[in-house]
Design a protein around this ligand. Structure first.
Ligand SMILES: Cc1cc2nc3c(=O)[nH]c(=O)nc-3n(C[C@H](O)[C@H](O)[C@H](O)COP(=O)(O)O)c2cc1C
Length: 210
């Protein structure tokens, strides 16, 4: 199927068929796609939390403005950010570059000290802002991969992050929830399933400057 057909096929699914579950392979594909997401300086200050426990999913409905998708989807993906980007995070990344790419410290030393200095001067809020931007990139990436893999999904900002953090005990992992992405398979009775896509024309949304 060509990519545009896949993107036309996908929609923000309102009603999932709770009896249909992702296969282990499909879940693995989404995990790998998340890990392959481009991030600022490659620091990956994001984490994918996967909720499968049904009682836990049910308990999150009330913190999601009663949107049932979070309970009825096969898996509830919660895209989280690190509370902060630490010196250790930066050093771990550069050390991994040395190991994985078999390169010498001198080839990256300048960039390493630049990042340590830059992030060291930033506020925790700024670290989290960068994390959030990266979380949205991961969301877009996952939505496209879901479309290609014929997995239904609903991107969601409609939830209360503080409540999710509490229920999922995210503080323990120094994480904060930013976006929610229930994934699974559409229920054939979903009223949105057959709705025509509402979009600007390509000419309206693009501007070519020659
Ligand atoms: C960041 C973001 C947050 C969204 N939050 C919600 C949400 O909480 N609940 C919901 O049903 N749809 C949500 N949507 C879905 C959009 O309403 C939907 O993508 C848009 O109307 C376009 O429709 P389509 O995705 O079906 O083509 C969200 C979409 C994005 C990108």
């Amino acid at each position: 199927m060509d990519i545009i057909k896949s993107l036309e096929w996908r929609y923000a699914t309102k009603k999932f068929d709770a009896s249909k579950k992702l296969t282990a392979t499909q879940l693995e594909t989404l995990k790998k796609a998340f890990n392959l997401t481009a991030t600022s300086y490659g620091l990956q200050p994001i984490r994918l939390v996967i909720v499968t426990n049904q009682a836990l999913k049910e308990s999150l409905v009330e913190h999601s403005f009663n949107q049932r998708q979070v309970a009825d989807a096969s898996h509830l993906l919660v895209i989280c950010i690190q509370e902060e980007i630490t010196k250790k995070d930066i050093n771990d990344n550069f050390n991994q570059q040395l190991e994985d790419r078999k390169i010498e410290e001198e080839s990256i030393a300048g960039f390493r000290s630049f990042l340590l200095d830059t992030f060291g001067k930033m506020s925790t809020e700024k670290h989290q802002d960068i994390g959030k931007l990266n979380a949205y990139i991961a969301l877009g990436n996952l939505l496209t991969v879901c479309a290609v893999e014929k997995i239904d999904a609903c991107p969601m900002e409609g939830f209360i992050p503080a409540k999710y953090d509490e229920v999922l005990n995210l503080k323990k992992h120094q994480l904060k929830s930013v976006l929610v992405l229930p994934v699974g398979f559409r229920d054939e009775s979903d009223f949105m399933g057959n709705m025509v896509k509402v979009r600007k024309t390509v000419n309206q949304i693009t501007l070519t400057i020659d």
